[in-house]
Design a protein around this ligand. Structure first.
Ligand SMILES: Nc1nc2c(ncn2[C@@H]2O[C@H](COP(=O)(O)OP(=O)(O)OP(=O)(O)O)[C@@H](O)[C@H]2O)c(=O)[nH]1
Ligand SMILES: [Mg+2]
Length: 390
């Protein structure tokens, strides 16, 4: 395929060259993903960045105006009014889509407008309705008013949908006003204006278990050890800057684990990268608190996290919390026993059960931790998709 044809087919891309963006465009698109085209060697999918908050401006379509028209035909006297009604303006909907897990599509494109209704015309023809648009958002997205606080809708489940802006009604044509006393009305309605609105989209990922802990506690390593997720792992703080999700399995039961950036003392005041990522564990049924076993003061480390969870609030502090002493492979058995005793002494009451020893690198104790987590999980409601059709 020549270069020109290729660039024509990719013209819908908002970021030149980033073909993967097409697969999850928020709006309707008739363009095919470039991968299906014969455009040379296959490329690895572009790493899509994570975005969990976006402000978007919406406009529903205006209604078309009604028409004033009279039937004019040879040999037809007093043909009467035949002006049609205007078409309705299109609506703007938001729909939860299970194929998405980030709001990245709304980073570059923030204005969305539905189509206007067409005006009515003579011979009693109504105008065409405006095109309705759907904003596809990941499951677990909250939609808030411009103030960022008032919740309009919470799209938690597959195919949840909400109408964010209603299209304007089309105006009546003069045919509508015909009556016994007014057989030749010369009036028609204008169409109703569309609605303009600014809303926030805020994603709270849906997971069963949320990993919390100080930076470097080994949260991402634990996620990598228990699931197919491949988060960044390194021995410096704040390696993780956005949530990662992974699916783990224990005794035949699957659980979704969310790994979030580490918290430090004062995160609720904005220290480190703050505590805003805690909203991604707001919906978890249970928290797994990993404590770095190689730290000199594990009691203080543990309390720091408990304080930050309490400062964040939103019910997170009262969720069942399992504490695990990580990196036990780097400790002597005596140290493990001593540190577990220290942890037992510093538990503040929100924890369920004693602290468990684990090594995310060596894999020891991982299954026990997952079993402990599973016992506190609220069973998920299985959401069946539509029946399969060829
Ligand atoms: N010896 C040992 N090292 C571990 C273990 N788990 C994690 N580590 C190491 O600890 C370091 C930090 O691990 P991460 O998984 O990136 O820690 P994190 O909690 O995700 O850190 P942030 O993303 O910065 O919050 C890495 O060098 C890991 O190899 C473990 O069980 N044993
Ligand atoms: Mg990490």
């Amino acid at each position: 395929m020549d270069r020109r044809r290729r660039s024509e087919l990719c013209c819908n891309l908002e970021v030149p060259g980033s073909c993967s963006r097409l697969w999850s465009r928020p709006s309707f698109s008739t363009a095919r993903p470039c991968r299906e085209l014969d455009v040379g060697p296959r490329r690895e999918p572009v790493q899509v960045k994570f975005l969990d908050e976006a402000k978007v401006h919406l406009r529903s379509g205006a209604g078309g105006k009604g028409c004033v028209s009279f039937r004019r035909e040879a040999h037809v006297e007093f043909g009467g009014p035949d002006g049609g009604d205007g078409g309705r303006g299109g609506d703007v909907w938001a729909v939860a889509d299970t194929d998405l897990n980030t709001l990245i599509d709304y980073r570059y494109r923030r204005h969305f407008a539905a189509g206007d209704g067409r005006p009515g015309s003579g011979r009693s023809r109504s105008g065409r309705h405006g095109r309705t648009i759907e904003l596809k958002v990941p499951q677990g997205t909250e939609i808030l008013e411009e103030d960022g606080r008032t919740v309009i809708a919470d799209l938690r489940h597959r195919d949840d949908r909400v109408r964010l802006a209603v299209g304007g009604n089309g105006g009546f044509g003069n045919l509508h006003f015909k009556s016994a006393t007014n057989q030749a009305p010369r009036r028609a309605n204008p169409g109703q204006a569309g609605v303009e609105r600014t809303v926030w989209l805020r994603l709270k990922v849906i997971a069963d278990v949320g990993l919390v802990g100080l930076p470097n506690a080994g949260k991402s390593t634990f996620l990598a050890a228990t699931s197919n997720a491949r988060p960044r792992i390194a021995d410096f703080p704040f390696t993780t800057t956005h949530p990662n999700l992974g699916m783990a399995e224990v005794d035949g039961q699957e659980l979704v684990i969310a790994d979030i950036p580490g918290l430090i003392e004062g995160a609720h005041q904005g220290r480190g990268i703050g505590d805003r990522f805690l909203r991604h564990v707001e919906r978890c049924s249970v928290l797994l608190h990993l404590v770095d076993g190689t730290s000199d003061d594990i009691a203080s480390d543990c309390r720091t996290i408990v304080r930050e969870l309490a400062a964040y609030g939103q019910g997170i502090e009262s969720k069942p919390r399992i504490v695990a002493l990580n990196k036990v492979d780097a400790l002597t058995p005596d140290d493990v026993t001593r540190k577990l005793a220290v942890l037992a002494g510093s538990l503040v009451g929100g924890e369920v059960g004693p602290a468990l020893p684990v090594s995310a690198v060596a894999g020891s104790g991982v299954a026990d931790v997952l079993r402990a987590v599973r016992t506190h999980m609220v069973p998920a409601v299985v959401e069946e998709g539509p029946p399969w059709q060829p």
